[in-house]
Design a protein around this ligand. Sequence first.
Ligand SMILES: *[C@@H]1O[C@H](CO)[C@@H](O)[C@H](O)[C@H]1NC(C)=O
Ligand SMILES: *[C@@H]1O[C@H](CO)[C@@H](O)[C@H](O)[C@H]1NC(C)=O
Ligand SMILES: *[C@@H]1O[C@H](CO)[C@@H](O)[C@H](O)[C@H]1NC(C)=O
Ligand SMILES: *[C@@H]1O[C@H](CO)[C@@H](O)[C@H](O)[C@H]1NC(C)=O
Ligand SMILES: *[C@@H]1O[C@H](CO)[C@@H](O)[C@H](O)[C@H]1NC(C)=O
Ligand SMILES: *[C@@H]1O[C@H](CO)[C@@H](O)[C@H](O)[C@H]1NC(C)=O
Ligand SMILES: *[C@@H]1O[C@H](CO)[C@@H](O)[C@H](O)[C@H]1NC(C)=O
Ligand SMILES: *[C@@H]1O[C@H](CO)[C@@H](O)[C@H](O)[C@H]1NC(C)=O
Ligand SMILES: *[C@@H]1O[C@H](CO)[C@@H](O)[C@H](O)[C@H]1NC(C)=O
Ligand SMILES: *[C@@H]1O[C@H](CO)[C@@H](O)[C@H](O)[C@H]1NC(C)=O
Ligand SMILES: *[C@@H]1O[C@H](CO)[C@@H](O)[C@H](O)[C@H]1NC(C)=O
Ligand SMILES: *[C@@H]1O[C@H](CO)[C@@H](O)[C@H](O)[C@H]1NC(C)=O
Length: 618
Amino acid sequence: MMSTQVCFLFFIGNLFSLRLSLCQELQREADTNQSLKHIPPGDLSGNHALNLSHKLFQFIQSDIKNMTQLKVLDAVLKKHVGPLSTVQKLDLSGNGLYTDMIDYLLRDAPALTNLSLNENSITKLANSTFSGCQSLRNIDLHNNVILEIEEGTFDSLLNLTELDLSVNSISCITDFNLFQLRSLNLSKNSMNSFQTIDSDQEFELLYLDLKENKMHYFPVLPRWNKIIYLDLSRNQLHSLNSTGPDDELQYLRDIEELTLTPLYSSKTHQLLPRLLYLDLSYNQFKAVPSDFFTSLVALDTLNISNNCLESFLVDTDSPLNALKTLDLSFNNLQNLTFKEKTLLALETLYLQGNILSILDPEIFNLPQITNLHLQSNELSVCDPLQNQTSDCVSLYSIRTLRYLYMSENKLTFLPAHAFIGSPLLILDISLNPNMKISEQALAGLERTLTHLYLRGNHLKKLNISLSALHSLKVLDLPDNQLDGLFLGERATAIEILNLQNNNVKVLDAGTVLALKKTLKTLSLASNPLICCENMHLISLVQQAHVDIDSAMCQYTKDVGYGEINLRDVKSEHCETLNSKVLLIAMISVLVLGLMIVLLVAIKLCHSKSHRFSNSYKA
Ligand SMILES: *[C@@H]1O[C@H](CO)[C@@H](O)[C@H](O)[C@H]1NC(C)=O
Ligand SMILES: *[C@@H]1O[C@H](CO)[C@@H](O)[C@H](O)[C@H]1NC(C)=O
Ligand SMILES: *[C@@H]1O[C@H](CO)[C@@H](O)[C@H](O)[C@H]1NC(C)=O
Ligand SMILES: *[C@@H]1O[C@H](CO)[C@@H](O)[C@H](O)[C@H]1NC(C)=O
Ligand SMILES: *[C@@H]1O[C@H](CO)[C@@H](O)[C@H](O)[C@H]1NC(C)=O
Ligand SMILES: *[C@@H]1O[C@H](CO)[C@@H](O)[C@H](O)[C@H]1NC(C)=O
Ligand SMILES: *[C@@H]1O[C@H](CO)[C@@H](O)[C@H](O)[C@H]1NC(C)=O
Ligand SMILES: *[C@@H]1O[C@H](CO)[C@@H](O)[C@H](O)[C@H]1NC(C)=O
Ligand SMILES: *[C@@H]1O[C@H](CO)[C@@H](O)[C@H](O)[C@H]1NC(C)=O
Ligand SMILES: *[C@@H]1O[C@H](CO)[C@@H](O)[C@H](O)[C@H]1NC(C)=O
Ligand SMILES: *[C@@H]1O[C@H](CO)[C@@H](O)[C@H](O)[C@H]1NC(C)=O
Ligand SMILES: *[C@@H]1O[C@H](CO)[C@@H](O)[C@H](O)[C@H]1NC(C)=O
């Protein structure tokens, strides 16, 4: 039995009247016959699968408002399609159908295995609804307004394995007893409680989706279960206890005479030995008792992000040794403790958005850790040469570490050999303004590092020798104060270079040469580039294969400056300068010429006067 009666504040009665006169039926039949002429033939051919999604609606050219229309339609369908008795797959989604209509349509569909009733207006499922279709395996009721499921509604459907009730208005499930069901989707309802009947029989349930509900307590799951997937994200859980304090328990007892087994009443945690995926994100957990994990021996992914965790402990008794992904991001963690020989399979650890200032060195005994997300914390990096262990995190000699994200921390100094022995592919140390970087900070990463992110660090100068990073493909340096970039002249592997919003006037010709072979994307906007001193760069970006942003450069105009897109720079933009030189040269030549003329003239005058005086003399 699966019923939702207990938690109802109000009861929805039979809202829909079925009593209709025959005349009305006939009138509608005529209209419907008319509209059915437009049914595309494909929909009716072969009666094992009938797809009428968004179609009934269309035929009648408005919502199917009442049973009259429906009965007529049904009669017409029978005429054209034959009875539903041989249909195996039926899609009636998006037809504005409500409760009584489906009861009516499904009253005789014994071969039906897959039924889709998505996006209708069903408010209630009665225990007679599916009595005419006992072969159902898959029922999709996604996106209706189901408030009530009568006791026994699914009980006779012995082959039912998938039930999608997501996006409805169900507020609780009591006495869940669908032993054969494999997948139950209750996401986006108003669930505040899920209770399985007390039984020693094993349930086949594999997937249970309770995402986006109003659960305060952990669901009461089958004692013997095979659940592999449990999504409880976006609820109001603050405890992993299955039931609340005794008064709430008493309340539940009062209203449904719940007989709680010792297992539940003692509030020990549920056993979930097959569970692979557990999502508890977006709840209100302040702590998670480590003994909760004791039975989770197969767990692969655990997500407790976006809660209020202040500390987190993995204990030797519940080592989570199958866990590959642990997401503890966006909590209030100051402290994290992983005991020895725990988390032996952990590959990816998300810790971003906490207030961690230290990390227990034990954390890095994780033998499989490859991916560390430490952004938005308060960490600094230890210097491997000094035996510094307090107030910093040691990131060297982690032989499996490939991806390290440390943006937005309080890094003030990146010491030499900070990551030596950790074969990083990706390093993000963006948004640590005014961080000093030792020349040898990236020593040891020469062969491995492919992505380096240093955005928004107020860097005036890049100390590190980039040309040594032979594998570097992505170099991300926007929002700094760099006045240039020096890559040496040997070809690099860089494909993507971002220097947006820096202080670059001239990009070194050697650097341009070094980038020439591999560069695919270049971002240089918001730099005071000078057109005529960047002819190497301009010729590079004007080659078709380099994708460049809208970077502008400055050139001298007759009076003052002009700005032009790097792509559009032409030789004449630099001629202004040349013509000035020409002008000066011409003026000089002219002045020189004038002077010569003047000199000659003076000389001539002089000789004339001389002659004159001569003649005078004469
Ligand atoms: C509707 O169509 C069916 C089958 O074509 C026919 O038997 C029935 O008389 C029609 N009804 C009306 C009211 O035209
Ligand atoms: C029915 O058709 C709709 C759209 O035409 C499609 O999205 C849906 O998957 C189909 N249903 C089945 C059971 O084939
Ligand atoms: C059913 O719908 C038709 C057309 O929308 C309308 O004419 C008729 O009065 C309705 N019947 C009832 C009982 O509401
Ligand atoms: C349930 O499935 C089994 C195996 O496929 C089949 O033999 C049996 O007829 C089905 N039961 C119903 C009620 O359809
Ligand atoms: C029919 O239901 C079965 C069992 O739930 C499922 O495996 C299958 O994919 C469904 N087929 C269609 C066409 O939806
Ligand atoms: C069907 O539901 C009614 C009302 O909820 C209930 O009285 C009746 O016992 C149920 N029948 C079965 C077979 O569960
Ligand atoms: C449950 O339904 C929701 C909404 O329809 C869907 O996004 C989600 O993927 C489903 N969950 C599972 C486990 O299939
Ligand atoms: C959960 O259960 C334990 C043990 O019964 C109890 O100590 C604790 O207070 C409970 N937590 C909440 C939040 O009810
Ligand atoms: C954990 O949940 C959050 C929020 O639902 C989601 O953004 C994040 O991707 C999840 N983490 C993993 C590892 O799936
Ligand atoms: C971290 O946790 C341990 C044990 O849980 C405790 O002894 C220590 O004081 C905590 N440190 C901080 C900084 O909270
Ligand atoms: C660091 O500590 C180790 C052992 O703890 C010691 O052998 C070494 O000399 C120390 N190095 C420095 C620079 O203090
Ligand atoms: C450059 O490196 C030296 C020594 O490695 C260091 O003292 C200096 O602060 C660094 N400068 C910058 C701007 O990072």
